[in-house]
Structures are given as C-alpha cells and as structure tokens.
Design a protein around this ligand. Sequence first.
Ligand SMILES: [Fe+2]
Length: 186
Amino acid sequence: MSRLSVYHEDRSGEPQVFSDIDKIATQLNSIGVLFERWQAARPLTPEAGQDEVLAVYRESVSRLNEHYGFQSVDVVCLRPDHPEKAAMRGKFLAEHVHDDFEVRFFVEGKGLFYLHVGDRVYLVLCEQGDLISVPANTPHWFDMGANPDFKCIRFFTKPDGWVADFTGSEIAKSFPTFDEHVAFSS
Ligand SMILES: [Fe+2]
C-alpha cells in the first residue's frame, strides 16, 4: 500500500504516517510535489512493453504532457533477476539533486523516494498506479530494494536533465532502506 512517512531529518521523534491517497497528495502538494493515483484504461500483462503501457495510460500521459511540456517519455522495467541490479540500485541511493524535475509513474511494483525538504525527510513508498514528481533542485534519493521489481513511465523535460548532482551528505544512511521500510510497513 502506498504510504507517506514524514521524519525529522535528525530522526528525532516518531514519523507522521499517512496511507490515505488524498492525505498523501495533500501533504506532498504542500511541499510542491505532485502525487496522483492513475487508473489503467484496461489490464496490462507483466510482459507489456513501452507502446502498450503508453497506450493504456494515454489519457493521463497526454494530460501531463500538455501541462508540463515533456520532451520525452519512456518506460523502464527492472526485475529481480537483472544482473546489474546492485549497481543500478546503488546509483541513486545517496542524496542528490538535478536541474530537471523527476517524474515517475509506477505501472507495476514498488519504489521508495526520500525527499529532503527543510528539516523534514518525506519517505514516499510508491506502488502500482502512483505518479510522483520530485521538484527540480530538491535533495532526494531513491531505493528500489535489493531485489528491484517495478515498471515505470519516466517523463523528461530536457535530454540531460536527469544528471544527478550529489550533495555529499550521508543523510541517506541514517534512514531505513526500501527493504527495511517495506518490512516495517506491512
Ligand atoms: Fe533523482
């Protein structure tokens, strides 16, 4: 289940936890993050490729494209048997920013975004049907878990916008990993 856990950046106190979609969206909207739940126009098979995925979500994708003027959209899929999974997971595990805003829609599976805004860290456990945007220049990191299993639509406003600029902060290490968080939440 999608879940938002709001921590103090120094991990003091208990996190505030939200599992209602509207409440998650309201909390995230207040920090400039778009969060939406999309419905598939028809069921998708796990084997569905990029064209089929984009066709099923055409209406929502077009609406977002019109609003934000994305230059390109693609579909990425990562399964637990991927030989490079550890390296791919490791790429975005440390706090970073980028010029472009990062927009992901979860067609299948799960992923955990960590957004560092002010003195708070927002852990957003995304699952099938969730769309999330990370605003440009917002410090964040992402954990797909030791056995990643997801399919996502990615939206880009510029060709090199996704280049990560690492902040050098070690903050990510003091927060639960995807696997710890999912085990704790379920
Ligand atoms: Fe990122």
